[in-house]
Write a protein that binds this ligand. Structure first.
Ligand code: CDT
Length: 307
């Protein structure tokens, strides 16, 4: 099987609060069709792609909360996306809020094969923001109120001729995310994100959002010899400006494609997965060079405050 994968990051511009899922699915299908004309085999869509980024608001009514979640995938509303993708022979990765039959609420990303079947599901591990409403903020970031962390942790799957992993938004800021998948030989990490440019706890970081976005993903790619394909929801959504800059990063750490708008835009790159070996068998030959006898604290302690 060919080890060259043409991949797309399907960036979305803003999704308003009253925009229907049907309308969003139409936009996703539009990106898929563009991807097909550019010969993509796989398209990555953003985190929580089907709705506006609802954790910016505090909802108390459980019914109102669950209305933001999907209890089946595909559903009657998302089926057209699966059908169009399989008719085009393109795989995709989609982020959405998931309500499981057992009542768990997860921030989820799935990987769907070229035949429209779900290959893998990932539940976001690092849940940022706060657990309770904080009225002093100009907008909320209540992910820790709405979502449980994924209990399964990270995974990799054999697909598209390589070893594929997934991470969601805040996961990309943590080196452990990449390293756990790197230890399983990951060759392409798919990531959806929603990053408000304003960071209320420390606004000095606002001007650095773009720098930090690239910094963490370029480092993670290089230090683990993997591609990273990152798709944003960008632009001014319900008064909150979100970072766009969807990008595709090579195992060298170089950005090989990047969005230039804050709206719906497909960013593509031809990725030779054999490029990963240049890094996995030299500087980052883990079996040869990692000094695991000194890494114990990484899993023994959460931080300096832990005993
Ligand atoms: N969606 C998401 O994880 N966003 C976070 C914002 C951090 S500030 C609460 C991110 O890391 O981009």
């Amino acid at each position: 099987m060919s080890r060259v994968v043409t991949v797309g990051a399907g960036q979305l511009g803003p999704v308003s609060r009253n925009e229907t899922r049907e309308a969003v699915v139409e936009r996703l299908v539009g990106l898929l069709e563009e991807a097909s004309s550019r010969r993509c085999q796989l398209v990555v869509f953003p985190e929580l792609a089907l709705t506006t980024f609802f954790p910016r608001w505090y909802f108390e009514d459980p019914q109102e909360i669950d209305a933001w979640f999907e209890s089946e995938m595909p559903s009657s509303v998302t089926k057209p996306l699966f059908e169009r993708a399989s008719s085009l022979g393109i795989g995709f990765s989609l982020g959405y809020a998931e309500l499981t039959p057992e009542g768990h609420h997860y921030n989820t990303q799935i990987l769907v094969g070229c035949d429209g079947d779900v290959i893998a599901k990932y539940h976001k591990v690092h849940i940022p923001g706060h657990e309770k409403p904080e009225p002093w903020r100009p907008f909320q970031h209540l992910e820790r109120y709405y979502f449980e962390p994924g209990p399964e942790g990270f995974g990799v799957w054999s697909a598209f001729g390589g070893v594929i992993g997934m991470m969601i938004c805040n996961d990309r800021r943590w080196p452990e995310t990449y390293r756990v998948m790197g230890l399983e030989g990951v060759e392409m990490i798919l990531c959806g994100y929603n990053t408000p440019i304003h960071y209320a706890p420390d606004p000095t970081q606002d001007v650095l959002q773009s720098f930090h976005n690239a910094l963490v993903m370029q480092s993670g790619a290089y230090q683990n010899g993997t591609f990273v394909v990152a798709a944003a929801k960008g632009g001014l959504e319900e008064g909150v400006d979100a970072l766009a800059q969807s990008c595709i990063i090579a195992p060298s750490g170089q950005i090989i494609a990047c969005a230039y708008t804050t709206g719906d835009e497909l960013v593509t790159a031809v990725c030779d997965l054999d490029w990963c070996d240049h890094y996995k068998t030299t500087l980052f030959d883990f079996d040869r060079y990692r000094m695991i006898e000194h890494y114990g604290p990484i899993t023994e302690k959460r931080g300096p405050g832990s005993r």
